[in-house]
Write a protein that binds this ligand. Sequence first.
Ligand code: XIL
Length: 359
Amino acid sequence: MNRTRGEAVAAVLLLLLVACGGSSSNPQGPSPTPTPTPATSADPLRADAEASGRAIGAAVQSSYLGQADYAATFARHFDYVTAEYEMKWDPTERQPGVFDFAGADAIASFAAAHGMRIKGHALLWHQALPAWVTALGPAELRAAIRSHIQAVVGRYRGQIVAWDVVNEAVADDGSGLRDTVFLQKLGEEYLDLAFQTAHEADPAALLIYNDYGGEGLGAKSDAIDALVSRLRGRGVPVGGVGLQMHVAAQSRPSSADIAANMRRLAALGVLVNVSEMDVRIRNVAGDLAARLAVQRSEYHDIVAVCVAEPACHAVTFWGFTDRYSWIDAFFGPDDPLLFDESYAPKPAFFGVQDALRRR
Ligand code: XIL
């Protein structure tokens, strides 16, 4: 069907990303310069990612970027950055019309200083939503969505290459759209409004629908596929789908199903990306070394799917060091990321490296 078109879009996006400053080498080296750590002697992941034609990203928080080891590890290994929190509605517009871009600007400056591209996250989400938005009637809600998206996307026009425009709009059981304030007051058309407004604010940005639980095949990914198909069918400018990939080792969707899902999305004419990957191992049997070995193969196999699928242009992890992960608070203590708490690369890091090297 439309595979060729998806590939053409991927090629254009790659050119655009490179033109936007995504050089893998930083002549000055990471800055500030820390005491050498194991992470700073491992081969930079971003060089392997560039060679594979994929962007390699992580979610960060601006407050951590002032820590030398955190900043040096991040700058050395990643060429794509997402704000874990600071570009959401609540931190950016806590009161109507009063914008605070301090955290978002700090992340954008770090990205510019280190030749990284930026993916914005997330314009419309039922969480991190200020109470004043929830209280609005339909007409006011429509106006608030427009002015919020115009302000946030407009501020970073030309600097942010891709946006998660709508996050988690599909119900967990795939029965339809999630019952949110947006759906209740505006119906499905709230998605049209969000994507159209974002497109007006930055016509060059790749506009993404992002969700979890629809990585493989099943009711939820069927519903996401159907939603994207309806949106594109009525001319809504959705150009990408993000598969969050918060998974538990040994109970994740199969690689074959993830690949099949990516292909059917590509057939709709959109790019895909792995947008928030982390791999929980607390329920894996065995000692720590055994659990880390399982985690390595899970990371390897999932990243390998992206590297093998032409429509998959980026992999973003939801953090990079086990020192700072949302998993500990939301799912219980774990070690879900690529670097340990002291920034040493874990087996998982080398699994990703191998996948990017097509090994
Ligand atoms: C999470 C952050 O990691 C937390 O720090 C924050 O408190 C809540 O949000 N899906 C998403 C992300 O799209 O925005 C969420 O991030 C994790 C689940």
